[in-house]
Design a protein around this ligand. Sequence first.
Ligand SMILES: NC(=O)c1ccc[n+]([C@@H]2O[C@H](COP(=O)([O-])OP(=O)(O)OC[C@H]3O[C@@H](n4cnc5c(N)ncnc54)[C@H](O)[C@@H]3O)[C@@H](O)[C@H]2O)c1
Ligand SMILES: [Zn+2]
Length: 380
Amino acid sequence: MTAPLRTGEPTIVEVALGARAYDIVIGRGLLAELGSRIAALKPGAAAAIVTDETVAARHLGAAEAALGAAGIRATSIIVPPGEASKSWEKLQHVCDRLLDARIERSDVVVALGGGVVGDLAGFAAAILRRGLDVVQVPTTLLAQVDSSVGGKTGINSRHGKNLVGAFHQPILVIADTALLDTLPARDFRAGYAEVAKFGLLGDAGFFTWLEANWQDVFAGGSSSGSFAREHAIAIACRGKAAVVARDERETGDRALLNLGHTFGHAFEAAAGFSEKLLHGEAVALGIVCAFEFSTRLGLLPTNEAGRVADHLAAVGLPTHIREMPVRTDADALMTLIAQDKKVKRGKLTFILVRGIGKSFVASDVDPGEARAFLDQKLSG
Ligand SMILES: NC(=O)c1ccc[n+]([C@@H]2O[C@H](COP(=O)([O-])OP(=O)(O)OC[C@H]3O[C@@H](n4cnc5c(N)ncnc54)[C@H](O)[C@@H]3O)[C@@H](O)[C@H]2O)c1
Ligand SMILES: [Zn+2]
């Protein structure tokens, strides 16, 4: 673990992908540098900002001013907030508006928002004029540590989430940690589950650091005077960048990022992918399940599952399946897990753990074991 940041200087994490390498720049107040950083990468380019109504009301003016100050011609495209905007209809709308604004191959799309805007705008950029450059400016904690990095973009289909999309790496990610000051506490907490995930999947020292410093991460630099939030985001991004550089297209290691997600997706689906259970909340439940299931399978030398659950509960995340906002049972959950395309020849793929920071891909899990585990959790 690197030492926590002590200065307000931006931290730069490189995503090492050869000719498609790019920087993630992390720091408080970086939105003001949006124009100068784009101008440095693409002199003379025009920009189109894609954002949602909620983010537009809070941060679009500052983004437009930053582009204007650098002499960048800019247009803004605003979609409704929420998962429903990851649709064919909104994709068409964004593409048409980009063409209306005469955005050319040499120009740039700026995705200003959470994971929804990042996925939608990133996908529009991937397909319009056979590929436009995109700059990701994530405004949720989840987007800053996860969705803005790694190049997965896409929309949902009536057949399921994220089924239509493309790998399209950004040319730059600007994570302005001050933008998170306006994020509702519940969304911040949900994103924190993904931050903790990076410690739990491969960096035990980071998890220990989070246990001691999470309050400063939540408070942010403005009130605590520390750079704990920036540090946590930088370490999480470093973790994601390393995995993406090793396995950009998820043929192997990148699957480790799904720690907690096989159980989590089933919980999310059981709750109808609704506000009742946010993605990060489902991931928190799923992470605890992954640790407890690993314990049940005899993989954990000691009961570290309790330590994981204690930390996630301390920040206010749900950690027990009985905190699910809807009633469900083991059979229903197993059906959802099986639909999650992770079944091969009757065996399930899970990310399991041998300890905090020691995750691995297990592709031969017996569905009967998983079912028995869920049944026990739901009843006791
Ligand atoms: N591409 C990837 O690798 C990847 C990874 C993980 C998740 N995702 C996707 O990300 C999406 C979830 O992202 P999310 O959790 O960021 O949700 P989101 O984009 O819907 O944002 C959550 C809510 O917060 C609001 N908001 C955003 N920034 C704000 C701010 N600074 N202040 C106030 N309100 C703000 C939004 O308007 C929205 O209502 C899902 O669609 C998921 O599939 C993609
Ligand atoms: Zn996730």
